[in-house]
Every structure is written in structure tokens, then in C-alpha cells.
Design a protein around this ligand. Structure first.
Ligand code: AN7
Length: 353
């Protein structure tokens, strides 16, 4: 037996899990900061790092919140959890429920979640409920379900979710040795930007960081309620993870933006896919489309010189590219097909030069 690991063990004194509660963990967290060599600029002293959350156990940042939410749910005697999801929350909830030996019900918009995420929810034994409506419609239903049936809600309106997710900010500061100057991240339901801000503020208040970053929330143009200043009824984007029109953590996310002196921006689907491809081809990092919106946003801000010389910038890559193979293959060039001879394979190699 190895010792328990994961972010609850690492940051136990900063997390509100009661003593004696069992920790439901898959060794989440402790994800790398990978320097983005092609976006960093030595002459201007700009350093860019990706916080690669795709390396969590189920392939997204949701595991940080789920270890807390499921540990608390089990501590409080829950036998079942429920969430609405654009995919990653359902994958994570299904895995942690399996780990805990409880039931997961996941409500997903039919045809609008990436295949890898659906495969995860199904493999972990969740009861998958496909609805005809979008994520926001599912959210409206599951929010009321704890009053109707014996289930605990594990969407990020569950406060323990944000508590777990704030540890990503701790890790950034622990790794850099100080707070970054800017933090770009995708915004969908708006839990994660709220959680990062909470984490940065806690570290600053405890004297573990002497500053807090400017938060830049990045949305898809077709699903950008924060740019419009109101909910979007029919959100649409290739980045299905952030196909969300009515973010639940609206007030917290706005506070993060205002208090940090940050802003919201939107990137269209072409820019999102271009950023995803750019990271894969130039940095060796494969993230899902929703994650790439943070890098699409940074590229736009760099090109209009909105980032000052000497700045350290973090982009959170929230989920792994393997989650959504269909979108990846659709934007890639077809494999070259030849017969099984030395001549044919060699000629491809020699012709490609
Ligand atoms: C890869 O899984 O909402 O702003 O139901 O999967 O905290 O919602 C996913 C969101 C960014 C947005 N990147 O984070 C869900 C879900 C990825 C995501 C977001 C999500 P929030």
C-alpha cells in the first residue's frame, strides 16, 4: 500500500474536509507548468506557461473539484450524485463515484458532448441521461433534483467543487515561486475562474504570494454571455465543453475580473481550432478545443501588444485533446495511403522533403 496522495492530502490545511472523513482520490492535481517556447519572447521578457490540466486522472481539471465534492458527499452519507455536463464533469463524476462505490447520474445534451467523454461516463458505470436541450436546460433540472430524489448535486454550484479547484492556483504559485502577472483561462459555467481567483486571494492573504494575477476570461464567440453582459439563449461553438449560455458562477466570475483588473474576451471557432492546432504542432501539447480558447485569447492580446514586457503569463489548458478525437481528425490532413512495399513508403518520405 502506498500512502494516500492527491490534492486533498497536499493542501489539507486549506480545504474544508472534516477530520476523519474518507478521502476519495485518484491522485489528481500536481499537473505541470509547461513553458510555451513559441509564445514566450526573450527580447521582451515575456514568459508563457501552460498549466496542463489534461494530465489529471480523467483528463480534465474537473477532478480537482470532484475529489472534494465526492469525499464530502460520501462523508454526509450520500449514495448517489448527479450533475449536468458538457462532458468533462460527467466523466469525472462517473470516475469518482465508481471509486467511492456510489451511483452517478449524468445529464448531457444529446449529440453535443465529445466522444471520449461519453465513453468515460459509460465505462465508469454512470447512468447517462441524454436530454434534447442544451447544458443550461440540464442545469436547471439537476439544480432542483436534490429536492425531488436522494441525490447530491456535484456541479460547481456545490461549494466543495470550487474549494478543490482553487488548489490549481496554489500549485501555480508553488511552482513559479510567486504569482504570475496574467492568467488566461477558458470560461464556460464560470466555476474555474472563480476558483482560481479564490486560490490566488488566499495565498496572497496568507503571505505566500506578494501579488495576484490579472485574470483574463476567454469565451467562444458563439457562447459569450460575459461579453454580452447577459445570458445567451442558444450558445453554439465547436468547443462543446464551453457551449454554455447561462453561467452559474456569474457573480463570482465578474468579481474575479473586476478585483483583478482583468477582462473578458471572445475567440471565434476558427481561432480556437487554429490555437489548438498551433499548440499541438509547435509545442507538442494536445488539448481539447475549449482549452485552446485561452491560447487563442493570448495570441490575440499579444498581437495587439496588450501584454507588457517582462510579464509572466499562465494559460490553463483545461482538458486533454484525446477527449475529442472527432474534432481533431476533422481539422487534420488525411493519412497518405499506399501499398505495403518499401518503394511506396520510401517515395512518400523522399517526396515530403
Ligand atoms: C475542458 O463538464 O461545464 O467555466 O459540464 O470541460 O468552470 O465551467 C465543462 C467546462 C473549460 C469551463 N474547459 O470551465 C462540464 C463543464 C473545459 C471544460 C470549461 C469546461 P467552467
Amino acid at each position: 500500500m502506498t500512502e494516500a496522495s492527491g490534492l486533498i492530502v497536499r493542501y489539507r490545511d486549506r480545504l474544508p474536509l472534516p477530520a476523519g472523513a474518507a478521502i476519495i482520490s485518484l491522485s489528481e492535481g500536481d499537473t505541470p507548468l509547461v513553458r510555451l517556447q513559441s509564445l514566450s519572447d526573450a527580447r521582451r521578457g515575456i514568459e508563457v506557461f501552460a498549466k496542463f490540466e489534461g494530465l489529471n486522472p480523467t483528463g480534465s481539471f474537473k477532478d480537482r473539484g470532484m475529489t472534494m465534492a465526492v469525499s464530502m458527499a460520501v462523508h454526509q452519507g450520500a449514495r448517489a450524485i448527479i450533475c449536468a455536463s458538457t462532458g468533462n464533469t460527467s466523466a469525472s463524476a462517473a470516475a469518482y463515484a465508481a471509486r467511492a462505490g456510489i451511483t452517478a447520474f449524468v445529464v448531457i445534451p444529446e449529440g453535443k458532448i465529445a466522444r471520449g467523454k461519453l465513453a468515460q461516463a459509460m465505462m465508469h458505470g454512470a447512468t447517462v441521461i441524454q436530454i434534447t436541450g442544451n447544458f443550461d436546460a440540464g442545469m436547471a433540472i439537476v439544480k432542483k433534483m436534490p429536492d425531488e430524489a436522494p441525490v447530491t448535486l456535484v456541479n460547481s454550484v456545490n461549494p466543495f467543487r470550487l474549494q478543490g479547484q482553487k488548489t490549481a492556483a496554489f500549485e501555480v504559485v508553488d511552482c513559479l515561486g510567486r504569482a504570475p502577472n496574467y492568467h488566461f483561462l477558458p470560461v464556460g459555467n464560470a466555476g474555474n475562474i472563480s476558483a482560481y481567483w479564490m486560490g490566488y486571494c488566499e495565498y496572497a492573504e496568507s503571505g505566500l504570494a506578494n501579488a495576484r494575477p490579472i485574470m483574463v476570461g476567454c469565451q467562444a464567440t458563439g457562447a459569450a454571455p460575459f461579453l454580452r453582459g447577459a445570458a445567451v439563449a442558444q450558445p453554439e461553438t465547436v468547443a462543446t465543453a464551453i457551449r454554455i449560455g447561462n453561467p452559474q458562477s456569474w457573480d463570482l466570475a465578474l468579481a474575479a475580473q473586476r478585483e483583478s483588473g482583468g477582462w473578458f474576451l471572445a475567440a471565434d471557432d476558427d481561432a480556437i481550432l487554429a490555437a489548438q492546432k498551433y499548440l499541438a504542432e509547435n509545442e507538442g501539447l494536445f488539448c481539447e478545443p475549449a482549452s485552446a480558447v485561452s491560447v487563442a485569447g493570448l495570441r490575440a492580446e499579444l498581437s495587439r501588444s496588450a501584454i507588457p514586457d517582462g510579464a509572466t503569463v499562465i494559460c490553463t489548458l483545461t482538458g486533454h485533446g484525446l477527449k475529442d478525437p472527432d474534432t481533431a481528425i476533422a481539422q487534420s490532413t488525411e493519412p497518405i495511403r499506399v501499398g505495403s512495399t518499401m518503394d511506396e513508403v520510401r517515395s512518400v518520405i523522399l517526396d515530403s522533403g
